[in-house]
Design a protein around this ligand. Structure first.
Ligand code: SF4
Ligand code: SF4
Ligand code: SF4
Length: 476
């Protein structure tokens, strides 16, 4: 069986016709192979996946690689359980929970003669396995045993019990190890031909390139006031300071930030301030500029070098046109203009978190106890993160290092073997992946807004708070 963590469903309406259904004869031959293994004491899981992916070539591969007496004897020495998995997109009707997530794998053995009814185990369990029996003890019968993730990944109840009277054992020794058989996935191609439905995303009005309207009376030299106005008008100067792109309109210390920028870019701070005042003072008179982001790294340099230092007068019409060209050259062609300008409700188009660089604050995540992490089975930190939900430019990305279907066994610390039939090979080898790291996390501090949500939502204390040192401007 497979879960959402293991494969992506193909969207409704996808072109799946090209994957031919296996003939009844082929399915019968597969049944015979599976029965051969079952007669030798094997448990075979996710048979429906093998059936859905079946073709003549795969049947032959399965017979050579697994379902023959010699090979089964070799596999028996490693595992008595075989589970079929695939990578990539599959039809949603094939998505089911794998055995390790839907069946009771662990038994919680409690010495009730020692239990002193403190209820700590009930409270600490992140999976709500225990129910109070009305006297502070974990109920013997009412238990969500199938939710327990066991000794290796959790054991919080075992560790917290002051009487040391909770022990976890495998519910069935067959779960001690597993051989995952990774099959080729013919549905992958069908997914590539799928067109996402156009009403899936909400567009930001700024996509339409609305024109900028700055009030005549904006006080160019009062940066706090002018930034408030520019922010409301959707004009966003972006500056790279200390290696991070920042929205200057959000700065509490704009003058100090500009001085820091001047120092980092070997420019005279007074000239930098003059360039910014100059741009702001002219903005109300320049027609046809678009709302959106402007790279001030670029604009400040150009205004200093091409207008202020050569003492170009731009009062006349041609001069203003020259300034308009300079400002337009700094336009950042991104759809969105800042975190606070996100449309309310709906989903954002993929890849737009590049527009939300918000590198302020500390309290950024550091994944220090990965051995306690359930990875794709949990994913709370990734899905709760407001910055990008796991995509290319997200603040947090979970990167699998093994086939996704093999992760439930690895996170539970069980012996895990992999037979990769995805790659064509005359003699596919069984690989022991038990010690492999199943996934890692990539944290992109450009997008992390230091909200701390990932840290507080993790049920297994995997993430610690790390302090990011970010020197914004000068203190004087
Ligand atoms: S090991 Fe963890 S998940 Fe299992 S019962 Fe104990 S606290 Fe709950
Ligand atoms: S933590 Fe131990 S002593 Fe406390 S209720 Fe649970 S089993 Fe009993
Ligand atoms: S919330 Fe915690 S356990 Fe869940 S995926 Fe994130 S780090 Fe892992």
């Amino acid at each position: 069986m497979i879960s959402q963590a293991q494969a992506m469903p193909v969207a409704a309406g996808a072109s799946l016709k090209k994957v031919a259904a296996p003939s009844p004869e082929l399915l019968k031959e597969l049944d015979q192979l599976i029965e051969l293994a079952q007669r030798q004491g094997f448990r075979i899981d996710s048979i429906h996946v093998a059936q859905a992916m079946l073709n003549q070539k795969m049947l032959k591969t399965l017979e050579q690689a697994i379902f023959n007496p010699d090979r089964l004897a070799e596999i028996k020495g490693k595992s008595s359980r075989i589970e079929f998995i695939v990578e990539g997109s599959i039809p949603s009707y094939l998505l089911t929970e794998p055995a390790l997530k839907s069946e009771p794998i662990y038994k919680q053995v409690i010495g009730y003669n020692l239990c002193k009814s403190c209820g700590l185990c009930i409270d600490v369990c992140p999976k709500k396995v225990y129910k109070d029996d009305g006297y502070g003890k974990p109920d013997v019968a009412l238990r969500h045993t199938e939710e327990c993730t066991g000794n290796f990944q959790c054991r919080q109840c075992v560790d917290i019990c002051p009487e040391n009277t909770i022990h976890l054992t495998l519910a069935d020794p067959i779960f001690k190890s597993v051989l995952y058989v990774l099959l080729p996935n013919p549905y992958q191609e069908a997914m590539r031909q799928t067109v996402a439905r156009p009403d899936f995303f909400v567009l930001n009005p700024l996509v339409q390139g609305l024109l900028l309207r700055i009030p005549e009376k904006m006080p160019a030299k009062d940066l706090r006031v002018s930034h408030k106005i520019l922010d409301q008008c959707n004009f966003f100067p972006i500056l790279k300071i200390n290696g991070y792109s920042r929205h200057l309109v959000d700065s509490k210390t704009p003058e100090a930030d500009l001085k820091t920028w001047a120092k980092e870019n070997f420019r005279n701070p007074e000239l930098v301030l003059d360039a910014v005042y100059f741009i702001y003072s002219k903005l109300p008179s320049i027609p046809s500029l678009k709302q959106g982001k402007y790279s001030f790294d670029h604009l400040i340099n150009r205004v200093i070098d091409e207008i202020i230092l050569p003492e170009i007068a731009i009062q006349q019409e041609g001069g203003l046109d020259f300034l308009r060209q300079i400002i337009e050259s700094g336009f950042v062609a991104e759809v969105f203009s800042g975190a606070k300008k996100r449309p309310i409700g709906g989903l954002l188009p993929p890849g737009t978190s590049v527009a939300w660089k918000t590198p302020y604050g500390n309290d950024v995540p550091k994944y220090t106890h990965l051995e306690k992490c359930l990875g794709p089975e949990c994913g709370l930190c990734v899905t709760h993160c407001p910055e990008g939900a796991g995509g290319e430019n997200a603040a947090i990305r979970m990167v699998p290092l093994v086939p996704l279907g093999a992760i439930p066994s690895l996170v539970r610390g069980l012996s895990t073997y992999l037979l990769n039939l995805e790659e064509p090979s005359n003699s596919p080898k069984i690989e022991d992946i038990s010690k492999k790291q199943p996934f890692e996390f990539e944290v992109n501090l450009d997008y992390c807004k230091a909200c701390g949500i990932c840290i507080s939502c993790c049920p297994h204390d995997v993430i610690e708070s790390d302090v990011r040192i970010f020197d914004i401007g000068e203190s004087t």
